[in-house]
Design a protein around this ligand. Structure first.
Ligand SMILES: C[S@@+](CC[C@H](N)C(=O)[O-])C[C@H]1O[C@@H](n2cnc3c(N)ncnc32)[C@H](O)[C@@H]1O
Length: 241
């Protein structure tokens, strides 16, 4: 079940309790911001939006084979991170890419890690300590808002995340605001054009579909790397900075 469905269910139970006059339900459990959350989409511009990968499957994100299957180090090398940069790993899971990114932007730089699933925040805190990364900023985002400061980021990385957005337009608007004028969003998505990539279809995207969605939301393709084994790697800047 989607997180938004869960919060909708919670709101419905609360409303029912209030109608039935249950005085023991504290009214302050209703977050007014959530009550006005925009509706989630299940289809976007001709594609099915994937279900959010639940945190209980987080072991898959740190599987031994991942480095070989995704050429993860090569992908991060291609980001060309430098000390002093402010970067974000959006939808960072348990920090597989976040902590190496933090090391690459030190000294002087910071890495923000955004997640919508609260259990990840504890894993991230412990992971940062274990990895000795002190320039990491954990952020609890919402499905429609990454809760990031404006005009701050040189680069935002989304690995295997964008296709899960239940609110793509709201997220892309917020991401544009969070980027510096010359900042870039780097999308890494499993290639839907390639049947040999062993990932469920709704968790893959074609380059054409990514580009259709990004250009419709104020971004332009500035660079691409086609050398990853399974994934597209696409850099987008603001179309009108
Ligand atoms: C397949 S996991 C990838 C995790 C990480 N990027 C990695 O490569 O190890 C996708 C993650 O995106 C997160 N996610 C989905 N929608 C999000 C949103 N609107 N804002 C932030 N994170 C989101 C999910 O909670 C999930 O942990």
């Amino acid at each position: 079940m989607r997180l938004s469905s869960l919060s909708l269910a919670g709101t419905a139970i609360l409303s029912l309790a209030l109608i039935l006059g249950r005085a023991d339900v504290p009214a302050q459990t209703v977050d007014p911001a959530e009550a006005f959350a925009p509706p989630a989409v299940t289809e976007y511009m001709g594609r099915t939006v994937a279900q959010t990968m639940h945190w209980s499957g987080s072991g898959w994100l740190i599987r031994h084979k991942r480095e070989r299957e995704e050429a993860a180090s090569l992908m991060r090398e291609k980001l060309e991170l430098k000390p002093g940069m402010t970067v974000c790993d959006l939808g960072c899971g348990n920090g597989y890419h976040t902590f190496p990114m933090g090391k690459s932007v030190a000294p002087g730089g910071k890495v923000y890690g955004v997640e919508i699933q609260e259990p990840y925040l504890l894993m991230l805190k412990e992971g940062a300590e274990k990895a000795g990364v002190t320039n990491f900023v954990p952020v609890l985002g919402k499905l429609y808002d990454p809760n990031l400061p404006e005009a701050t980021f040189d680069l935002m990385l989304l690995v295997d995340v964008y296709h899960e957005f239940s609110h793509p337009e709201q997220m892309l608007t917020a991401m544009r605001k969070a980027l510096k004028p010359d900042g870039v969003v780097v999308l890494v998505e499993f290639r839907a054009e390639d049947d040999t990539v062993p990932i469920k279809p709704e968790h893959k995207m074609t380059k054409a579909q990514i580009d259709k969605e990004m250009t419709a939301n104020g971004f332009k393709l500035v660079k691409a790397f086609d050398g990853l084994p399974w994934q597209h790697m696409l850099w987008y800047g603001k179309a009108n900075p």
